[in-house]
Design a protein around this ligand. Structure first.
Ligand SMILES: [Zn+2]
Length: 273
């Protein structure tokens, strides 16, 4: 199935300085050229389908969800230097093709949720998200979380062998450039249509629609969308969420900014250094 072409006009935030807008337009052109090469294969995470399944655990009581928390009126302003976007341990760190983790072999503090390794900072919000979804009779699964530098190298190399460098770069990050190495990124799955896990059709599942509508209420961004492909440098992944905390997620929602690159004015796009 061909990928929808990115709507490049929507990538240019009117608030962006001209230099950044020009950079994003250039990135959009590159992505359009890359997409013209053919159908998108399974995404970067697809080779993780055979990973161990989730470990069931007692569900904690539901935390206030988006329907119960009331409006977030304080989300229009935020100190955007309150946390670093370059420190690999920061929940605001920007990791993309131009910006590797520094050091590239960074290893975060980790704990487990349903058998998957994640940073402790996101456990409460992830638990609340999963419980709120369940309250709505939406049963999300976890499919992937932390990946080490070495494991990401294996993942990427596998895609290169299968697709070649050009197409592998559309769907898989080089080691040191993956959000999964931060322990802040998760790939969610569908219990109603598990055949859509790591596939474009996840976005159309009950679970995918719930995630798109509610993830930001719990501090998670839907990181790679059809609309922001030129900025992020990756094909859309409706299952990949990135924890940034509730304050930043609310700020971005309030300002209709969908990428960390734009909120912190950090280069994105498809070019590695
Ligand atoms: Zn992912």
């Amino acid at each position: 199935m061909p990928l929808p072409a990115p709507d490049t006009d929507r990538h240019v935030n009117p608030l962006l300085p001209g230099r950044q807008a020009a950079r994003l337009l250039a990135a959009a052109v590159l992505v359009l050229a890359a997409l013209a090469t053919g159908c998108s294969p399974d995404p970067a995470d697809a080779d993780l389908r055979d990973r161990p399944g989730s470990i069931s655990s007692a569900r904690t009581p539901a935390a206030p969800g988006p329907d119960h928390a009331g409006p977030q009126d304080d989300s229009s302003t935020l100190d955007l230097v309150a946390s670093s976007h370059t420190d690999p341990a920061s929940p605001w760190v920007v990791v993309n093709k131009p910006n590797p983790l520094d050091p590239s072999g960074f290893e975060p503090e980790l704990t487990t949720v349903r058998g998957y390794l994640v940073q402790p900072v996101l456990v409460d919000d992830l638990t609340a998200l999963l419980a709120a979804a369940a309250d709505d009779d939406v049963h999300l699964t976890l499919r992937s979380a932390y990946r080490s530098y070495d494991y990401q190298a294996e993942v990427y190399d596998g895609w290169v062998r299968q697709l070649g460098h050009e197409r592998a770069d559309q769907v898989s990050a080089h080691p040191g450039h993956s959000e999964h190495q931060t322990g802040l990124a998760l790939d969610l799955g569908s219990s109603s249509r598990p055949e859509c896990d790591f596939e474009a059709c996840f976005a159309d599942t009950t679970e995918g629609r719930w995630v798109a509508a509610h993830a930001s209420d719990f501090g998670f961004l839907l990181r790679y969308t059809e609309q922001n492909t030129a900025v992020t440098g990756f094909a859309p992944e409706g299952w990949h969420v990135r924890y940034v905390g509730r304050e930043l997620a609310a700020y971005m929602r309030n300002h209709e900014i969908t990428t960390l690159e734009e909120v912190f004015d950090v280069p994105g796009g498809t070019d590695y250094p």
